[in-house]
Write a protein that binds this ligand. Structure first.
Ligand code: GUN
Length: 302
């Protein structure tokens, strides 16, 4: 068996196309465009790449993009002050503080300075609490993308056993809540789980989110299972030439695709969906805060 590859790039593009259409309709109806503000502190090279692709996608969807860059030496008070100002600004619909922050800054304190209605990353305590209680709100982007990819592969998810590897605030925990909301049975495995391969073999849907390159092996996967690989790890690639690198997931792709039914590639799987869901949250945040309805294009005069 060779697993069907779930095309995250194509699904992301589809979602972003729909957001672009909705943004144009909102501009016509209300004369305004939702604005996403990204805050980047320091010079972390991976964060700079992520922020660049988020800004590019924002502009491609026709949304407004604002960027605030602060030096790595910025104090926690400075970053919190900026986030509070953005939270109060009527011109800003979504605020994203790129993580990780420099070690001397509490990401918890900074994230919780974001007004919950502008929390497009879904990481404030209010957003996490709403998700845990099954209340409407803004949900974290990467886990939302994982659910969309699983639905793309399988359709209805009710009754599926999902095993998530990793209990992070950014991915593992919210992913568990979102799959639970789809009527899945959810197991959160982690670094202290006994006999992790055996737990993984129970999964209809396996979601590794541990940040360990090629960690999950093909013989950890139930034949025919769906694998949603959250990992994005850069490793040396001497086969491409001296000093070259390549991106791999948390899954050993070659052994996994021989067993799985569906699998997301890295790159081109979960990564693009994170960005699509960020665009979606920006649109949702703007509509909720401003009381906008997305006009139905079918009801527009020809
Ligand atoms: N750093 C890595 N992934 C993310 C993410 O989804 N949101 C934020 N804010 N920072 C990140």
């Amino acid at each position: 068996m060779t697993a069907h590859h779930i095309d995250g790039k194509a699904l992301s593009q589809h979602v972003q196309d729909e957001i672009g259409k909705a943004t144009a309709l909102l501009k016509e109806a209300y004369g305004k465009t939702p604005t996403l503000t990204v805050v980047l502190v320091g010079e972390d090279p991976a964060s700079q790449v992520y922020v660049r692709s988020k800004i590019k996608a924002t502009e491609a969807c026709g949304l407004h993009s604002l960027e605030h860059r602060l030096p790595a030496s910025a104090s926690e008070e400075m970053v919190k002050g900026l986030v509070r100002d953005l939270s109060q600004s009527d011109d800003v619909d979504g605020i994203l503080v790129q993580l990780p922050l420099p070690d001397h800054i509490s990401s918890h304190a900074v994230i919780n300075a974001i007004a919950p209605e502008k929390d497009v990353d879904g990481l404030t305590e209010i957003s996490a609490g709403r998700l845990a209680l099954g209340k409407p709100g803004l949900h974290p982007c990467t886990p939302t993308g994982c659910v969309m990819l699983a639905k793309q592969a399988l359709g209805e998810l009710t009754g599926k056993h999902v095993v998530i590897i990793g209990r992070s605030i950014l991915v593992g925990r919210p992913a568990a809540q979102l799959f639970l909301a789809e009527n899945c049975t959810v197991t959160i495995a982690h670094s202290k789980t006994d006999d992790l391969p055996a737990v993984c073999r129970q999964a209809d849907i396996l979601v590794p989110a541990v940040g360990r390159p090629q960690f999950v092996q093909g013989d950890w996967i139930k034949p025919g299972a769906t694998v949603i690989d959250v990992g994005i790890n850069r490793i040396d690639a001497p086969e491409k030439g001296a000093g070259k690198t390549r991106l791999v997931g948390d899954v050993d792709f070659d052994s996994a695709q021989a067993v799985a039914g569906h699998i997301t590639p890295v790159p081109g799987g979960v990564g693009p969906m994170t960005i699509a869901c960020l665009m979606r949250n920006t649109l949702l945040a703007a509509c909720a805060r401003r009381g906008w309805q997305i006009p139905d294009p079918q009801n527009e005069p020809a």
